[in-house]
Structure formats: structure tokens, C-alpha cells
Write a protein that binds this ligand. Structure first.
Ligand code: PEP
Length: 249
């Protein structure tokens, strides 16, 4: 049985006021039993968030990490530092990092290993562009990204990773993959993992991301291989994010 996970990626948005609003809302909100909910604010808000979320079920995530633990890397943040702020999840290979900051599959792998080394749960993001989908290359692209990131890991490490399938054309566009399109790719990822280990594939947590909102979440989350959501825009509104969490119960 895979525990549903809803993760809100704030990207470069938010404020201390929004952190406090989430703390207040989720301190009194009743969430479905047995789901995990993670808020992923920008780095400067992590400390405020860990205090504001103390009496809530919200867990804390970070948006990226440097592959090194420390050193001369001006402007970067390490996994060890994130752990000091009670961060438990970290996004790795988000398409905005891949596209805007030229993160390669090799760098994604190094970040993944760094996260696992310090005991953070990486949320590995994969997904195809519209051009790649139109060319019929969706599965090739997605499995290449998954393979680069995971093939060299030990089975025990693979078990600790969450994968978010996020079609690039659906991120921030208001255009969501249909439940059928999302399910097809998620089933493909799970069956690829089953090639390594069937029981591991069964346990692997798969999230859908790409314009998930309060109206479409329930139908997406009802798909057999979708275990949760990675939510961008809709995670910036307490009510919408709360409604998505309710759909995961
Ligand atoms: C994301 O940034 O991971 C994302 C899914 O964004 P949005 O929900 O805004 O499409």
C-alpha cells in the first residue's frame, strides 16, 4: 500500500505571510488519515516554515541541492544544511532546472546521490516537452531520464526515491495531461522499474505534476499508478492546496 503524497512547489514565490497562513490553516485542518503533505518554499523561508508548521501535519521540502556537502560553491546550498532545517524532501531535476539552468542527467544523478547520502527523500522530476510528445518520444525521454538517475543505484536507494512525472507542456500552462495520458506514462515508469525488481516497482511512489488543481486532482489521483501530486501554482493558495490534499484521501 503506497501512502499518497501531495507536494506543493512554491518555486520562486511566497512570503513569510504565506508561510504563516499555511501554518494557521493546516494547524486546524483535518486531513485524510495516512497521507503525506509537503510544502516546498524557497530556501530563505525554510526556517520560518519549520516553526510555523510545528503544530501541523505539513512536512518541509527544498527545491534543489548542490551535489557537494560543503566548499567553495558560492550561492549554493547543500543537503546537510537542509537537514538542519528539518527538511525531509528535495526536488531533483525539476524541468525548470533542466531547461533554465541547463541541469544535465549527469548532474541530476549527482544531486540524487547527495540527497540520499544525507537521508533526504529525493523527488525526481521527469517529463517530456510538447515537441517530444508530438514526435511520439514521450516514453523514450521519460525512461532515459529515469534510467540515468536510477540505474546505477542500489535497490535500497531506489526504494527511497519518489518520481514525479511532469509533462513539461503541462507545467504552469493550465493545460493538464488527461488522466489517461498521465496513467499511461506512470504505468510505463512502474513497469520499467519492475524490470529491476517487481516488489520495488510496487512500492515506488509516483506523483503527477502539471497544472493539477482543486478541480482536476480527484480524477488524476484516482488512476491506479498515480500516488500523489506535485503541485505548483495551486499550492500557493491555502484553500486550493487543502482541497487537493482532500482529494488524495
Ligand atoms: C511544478 O512546478 O512542479 C508544477 C507542476 O507546476 P504547476 O502545477 O503550476 O503546473
Amino acid at each position: 500500500m503506497r501512502t499518497p503524497l501531495i507536494a506543493g512547489n512554491w518555486k520562486m514565490n511566497g512570503s513569510t505571510a504565506l508561510i504563516n497562513a499555511f501554518g494557521d490553516t493546516f494547524a486546524t485542518a483535518t486531513l485524510p488519515a495516512n497521507i503525506d503533505v509537503v510544502v516546498i518554499p524557497p530556501f530563505p523561508y525554510l526556517d520560518a516554515a519549520r516553526h510555523a508548521f510545528q503544530n501541523t501535519p505539513l512536512q518541509l521540502g527544498a527545491q534543489t541541492l548542490n551535489p557537494q556537502h560543503s566548499g567553495a560553491h558560492t550561492g549554493e546550498i547543500s543537503g546537510r544544511m537542509l537537514k538542519e532545517f528539518d527538511v525531509t524532501y528535495v526536488l531533483v531535476g525539476h524541468s525548470e532546472r533542466r531547461q533554465l539552468y541547463q541541469e544535465t542527467d549527469a548532474q541530476v544523478f549527482n544531486r540524487l546521490v547527495a540527497a540520499l547520502d544525507v537521508g533526504l527523500t529525493p523527488i525526481l522530476c521527469v517529463g517530456e516537452t510538447l515537441e517530444e510528445r508530438d514526435a511520439g518520444r514521450t516514453m523514450d525521454v521519460v525512461l532515459r531520464q529515469v534510467g540515468h538517475a536510477m540505474a546505477r543505484l542500489e535497490p535500497v536507494q531506489r526504494l527511497q526515491i519518489v518520481i514525479a512525472y511532469e509533462p513539461v507542456w503541462a507545467i504552469g500552462t493550465g493545460r493538464t495531461a488527461t488522466p489517461k495520458q498521465a496513467q499511461e506514462v506512470m504505468a510505463g515508469i512502474r513497469s520499467y522499474q519492475a524490470g529491476f525488481d517487481v516488489s520495488l516497482a510496487e512500492q515506488l511512489k509516483l506523483l503527477y505534476g502539471g497544472s493539477m488543481n482543486a478541480s482536476n486532482a480527484a480524477e488524476l489521483l484516482a488512476q491506479p499508478d498515480i500516488d500523489g501530486g506535485l503541485v505548483g501554482g495551486a499550492s500557493l493558495k491555502t484553500d486550493d492546496f487543502y482541497a487537493i490534499c482532500q482529494s488524495a484521501g
